[in-house]
Every structure is written in structure tokens, then in C-alpha cells.
Design a protein around this ligand. Sequence first.
Ligand SMILES: [Zn+2]
Length: 199
Amino acid sequence: MAQYPEALSRLIRELKKLPSIGQRTAERLAFHLLNQPEEEVRLLSESLVELKAKIRPCKECFNFSEGELCAICQDPRRDRSLICVVSHPPELWKLERTNGYHGLYHVLGDLISPVNDVQPEDIHIEELMQRLQGGQVKEVILALDPKVEGEATAMYLARKIKPLGISATRIAQGVPIGRDLEFADELTLSRALQGRVSI
Ligand SMILES: [Zn+2]
């Protein structure tokens, strides 16, 4: 059986490493790219290189950022008395697209999980606690996955936050968040944000 030329095989191998891309999709994408003008393919490859060169975590909230501080942390119109805590940046962007939240965010990077050996010190909790010093923050909204790890993390954070005289709330129950946040529609999320409850 004949093999693809090496450069084509290599691209297919790389594409297959992406989430939800199998052999057939990888082949289809590779053939498609092969048929594109050189300029188009160059733009795509440059954007991939630029992605890793330019995007880094915001030093304040750990959102994706091009500078030291992300656009949200820099925006003077954001309500600095509110911090919404999420586990990963895609969830932040999903909440952002609801257009119903105008506070700040904090990305933990992961959730506490004894099973996967993720301890509180392995995620950005210390940095969150530092942000709560200074008296500007009045409420921390925990938008974490309702499954075991999200629950454990929310409880851990609530115990640390409440003694500071800052209220800890969570978005309305029953809303699929965390990894599943991608599947929650914007209206549902927006309502969940409005209907948050104290922990
Ligand atoms: Zn930021």
C-alpha cells in the first residue's frame, strides 16, 4: 500500500493530536490546506506560531492575555468589587459572552482533587487570596463545576473567603458549568449569574 508523501503524513499526524480530530478529519483538513493558495496557508501557520509567542497568563487573573494584564483587568469600567472564580479560561469567555457580568475574574487553572493529586497550593488560590486584601472586593462568585472537584474547591474557597467579611456566592444550582460550560447556552448562564446564592 502506497504511503502519503512525508510532508502530508506529517501534517496529518499533527492535526490528529488536536481534540476531536480523527484520521479522516485530519486527512480532509490536510487535503483542503494543500488546495489553498500559499498565502492562506502561510497566514494560518503564522497565527499558530504567534499564538504561543504572544499569549500568556494575565498576572492578575490568569486569563489569556497579550500583555502583563488582560483586557478585562485593564478595563476601568469593570466593577472591581466583584470577582468571579472559574477553573479554566474557556469558562471565563463563555460567561463573558453572556454580556450580563461586569465584574472581574480569577482563573484557578484546575480544581482541587485528592484523586488526581491536585492540592490547593497547586492552583491559583494564594493569588486569589492576595487579591482579596485591600477591602475593594465585596463578593466572590464561585462559578465552578457542580461535580465532586468543583464542589470541594467551592467549599474550600468559601471557608477561606467568609472570615474576610467578603460574601461567597455560587451561580444558580443545576447549571452545567466547568468543562460542561461550553454546552450551557448564554441565556441560561446569564440567569444563573443573576440568581446566585450565598454559600
Ligand atoms: Zn486579567
